[in-house]
Design a protein around this ligand. Structure first.
Ligand code: SF4
Ligand code: MG
Length: 335
């Protein structure tokens, strides 16, 4: 059998989790995240009609059109996906809720909605496709844009960025992770864990906009250099329209070359990282941020979910780094 035609335990092929062909720009990171969502749902043996996918406005929020064509979908208004999702969740507890949003949608206009959804522990997997720009309206800075980064037209961003991972940790989300659109080995298990988690699961996914944020000078741009020990070599630089794959091992760093000569570093958590301490996660993340590193992986998992976030299931297995693992080999509720 062709791999995409192999049936999972509930009798669906990977193709059954796809949607129509994407109209996003060729090479957009969001399409890689859609592919990871398709893979995660197929591997978890979730029947497509048991998923409700909701989004706001933006290129990211168009993305759900292109996966899980046989699920329930609602493209809501700008920054208001969490309210609509909360209402749907209250009305029907039988579905799995997947919220898809962007940095403009969640960190700018929808910040209050995002914060309160995390605070209330709404049972959902909340994925932000984070590129630091408003791609749909031609590349204005969003609230996650790096200070000092340049827009395509040359404007300098003088505002400080908002880190949604920090907010999710602060406000009580019970599953908090960060990843990169080009790292399927990390992203697929993280999405599986988020879907199987009963509670507010948040994943911030750095997802380059090849059209408006591919000019250097930004942490979300497309020039990658890997640093392993002291050796630096260029890896996986892919021109717009190409397929980006940048998988790196636990503990390793991927460096993003900046136009001004500085670099942004993404560091994957070590396998022995303990994600069960919220305050340790904050301080770990902040200490790396102070050194200019963005940590990727499963930063926090509530070890003892309460009845406030029971819903579908809990992840029985201790999760260490998202890099490798088997975060949730399956969910009891899904069997
Ligand atoms: Fe993706 Fe940017 Fe194109 Fe939008 S404008 S589809 S974010 S590459
Ligand atoms: Mg954006």
């Amino acid at each position: 059998h062709h791999p995409t035609l192999t049936k999972n335990k509930v009798g669906y092929t990977r193709r059954d989790y796809e949607g129509p062909v994407s109209t996003l720009c060729a090479g957009c990171g969001h399409d890689s995240i859609s592919a990871a969502i398709i893979q995660a749902c197929w591997e978890l043996d979730i029947e497509p009609h048991r998923v409700a996918k909701l989004s706001g406005i933006g290129c990211s929020s168009k993305a759900p059109t292109y996966f899980l064509g046989a699920s329930h979908g609602f493209n809501t208004v700008h920054g208001r996906m969490p309210s609509v999702l909360t209402g749907a969740n209250l009305a029907n507890r039988e579905l799995m809720y997947l919220g898809v949003s962007g940095d403009g949608d969640s960190a700018s206009i929808g910040l209050g909605q995002f914060a309160n959804a995390m605070r209330r522990g709404v049972n959902m997997a909340y994925i932000v496709m984070n590129n630091g720009v408003y791609g749909l309206t031609k590349g204005q800075f969003s609230a996650t844009a790096d200070r000092g980064s340049k827009s395509k037209k040359g404007a300098i961003n003088t505002d400080n960025p908002i880190d949604l991972v920090g907010i999710a940790l602060q406000l009580g989300a019970t599953y908090v992770a960060r990843s990169f659109s080009g790292d399927k080995a990390q992203l697929v298990p993280l999405i599986k864990g988020a879907l199987a988690h009963g509670g507010a699961a948040f994943i911030d996914v750095i997802s380059p906009c090849v059209t408006f944020n591919n000019h250097g000078g930004s942490t979300k741009s497309y020039e990658y250099v890997r640093q392993h020990d002291e050796a630096v070599s260029v890896i996986d630089f892919v021109a717009p329209g190409g397929e980006l794959s940048t998988e790196y091992a636990p503990g390793e760093v991927v460096e993003v070359a900046q136009q001004d000569g500085s670099v942004l570093r993404m560091r994957k958590l070590h396998e022995d990282y303990d994600p069960t301490d919220r305050y340790a996660a904050m301080s770990y993340m902040n200490s790396h941020a102070a050194r200019g590193e963005v940590v990727t992986g499963l930063l926090y998992l509530d070890p003892l979910p309460t009845d406030l976030h029971t819903a579908l299931n809990t992840c029985a297995q201790p999760l260490n780094t998202l890099g490798t693992a088997q975060l949730c080999p399956g969910s009891k509720a899904l069997e």
